[in-house]
Write a protein that binds this ligand. Structure first.
Ligand SMILES: [Zn+2]
Ligand SMILES: [Zn+2]
Length: 283
């Protein structure tokens, strides 16, 4: 059985998602999920090819998504539809992201690092440049240090895909050993605990390199040890048919790391927990 939760999904109101929220909700129902939270991107592509956060565009877009989510929640018994956002951390964007969070009543804000030292490490042409100009140790270390900078800002609820750098890092260098970066990672987790921020199991890595959820279960275990208060789970789906992709593997990774429940948020506060252990063993 799958944990019936996907708290990281992008629909067609996100720069990279497809299909309206209602179709994602239908797919979630068919898959037996009980919670679905969309977390669309804030940034949009400008005419000059660069990404930007424009509040005059983003505020009405997210307000419309909140209204659509509320309507679906009423119309879809058994499925708790929620609306959040994925905030991409860039130092120049944090003021506008703080403003957006104050103007729209979101259920969940994921903080994500995609860009390190000005290069996008998660897609497009730039991962090649990122890894060509750094050895693997430095490539991973700079990613984790940037997660630390984002946590020091703290304008979100949960750190998304804590080791996303492993997507292209794995393709280029094979598996990495989180222990090589423990001294960088643990203080970040301790600061998350101090601020009350959760950690996400992001299962998009299961169907692509590195072939497992983000982050590695060692990091999930350290998160527990450092006192990170809760764990969320998301497929990072961009089309309805991926609404539950990797959730089985995500739950297994979290259980291996000692977590026994997954938390869902509403109004940016932990609202409910669901057990990660299988509900019933075959007898
Ligand atoms: Zn992301
Ligand atoms: Zn995402």
């Amino acid at each position: 059985m799958i944990p019936p939760v996907n708290c990281h999904a992008h629909d067609d109101a996100s720069s990279d998602g497809a299909a309206p929220l209602a179709e994602h909700a239908r797919a979630a129902r068919r898959a037996g999920l009980r919670h679905l939270c969309t977390t669309n991107h804030v940034e949009v592509l400008s005419d000059d090819g660069s990404w930007s956060v424009r509040l005059e565009e983003a505020v009405p877009r997210f307000r419309a998504e909140v209204a659509a989510g509320e309507a679906l929640r009423r119309e879809t018994p058994g499925l708790d539809v929620r609306v959040g956002a994925e905030f991409e951390y860039r130092p120049g964007w944090t003021d506008d992201l703080d403003t957006l969070a104050g103007e729209v009543e979101l259920d969940l804000v994921i903080g994500s690092v995609h860009v390190v030292d000005g290069l996008n490490v998660s897609g497009g042409e730039e991962p090649d440049r990122y890894f060509a100009t750094r050895g693997p140790r430095e490539a991973y270390r700079r990613y984790f240090e940037t997660v630390g900078e984002m946590v020091a800002w703290g304008g979100f609820d949960v750190v998304g895909h804590f080791d996303l750098v492993a997507r292209y890092g794995h393709e280029r260098h094979g598996p990495y050993d989180p222990a090589d970066h423990e001294a960088t990672i643990r203080p970040v987790l301790a600061e998350m605990a101090r601020r009350g921020l959760g950690i996400e199991v992001n299962t998009s890595g299961v169907a692509q390199a590195p072939g497992m959820p983000y982050p590695r279960s060692e990091i999930l275990a350290w998160a527990r040890e450092e006192g990170v208060p809760f764990l969320t789970m998301g497929a990072d789906s961009h089309v309805p048919r991926h609404v539950d992709r990797g959730l089985v593997e995500g739950a297994a990774a979290a259980r291996r790391a000692g977590w026994d429940e997954v938390t869902v948020l509403a109004g940016r506060r932990p609202a409910a927990t669901l057990p990660l252990a299988p509900a019933r063993e075959a007898s």
